[in-house]
Design a protein. Sequence first.
Length: 157
Amino acid sequence: MNLQRTQPGETSSATQGHRESTRTMLDTWVRLWNGDLARAAVIIAPDFRIHAALLDGGDGSNFRGADGLVAWISQTRAAFPDLHFDVEVPPLIDGHYASVRWTATGTYAGGFPGAQAEPGTVVTFTGTDTLRMEDGRFAEYWINSDTLELVSQLQVQ
């Protein structure tokens, strides 16, 4: 048996390939949130689960699989049609987990429950997505976003 070991600071070709594959998936992930929903089924596992503290008190469990994620993204984008996510910090990748820090900016179109802000108000907020990969797709998603900053800008009562 031939086990190749890497020295500190070195990475094996298999590890490097995994990191590149994960970075490609994360690029697609950000494009999904930026409105390119067509590739969701390519990177999202059929039993994909969302873990989130939603503003309506839900935990994200109502959204499952690629269709559930697309529904949630579409719902979010209905209130902010031009919502754009930029990666702030290069992704952190550790085995089957990846995290990415982002900033989102968009123009409020109306319809957010309790919002007093006028349509046309530009909002900016930040967050971190942590994703677990399984069989070459994202299987679980934890979101930590600054919803206090968002609802403050929307003047939610």
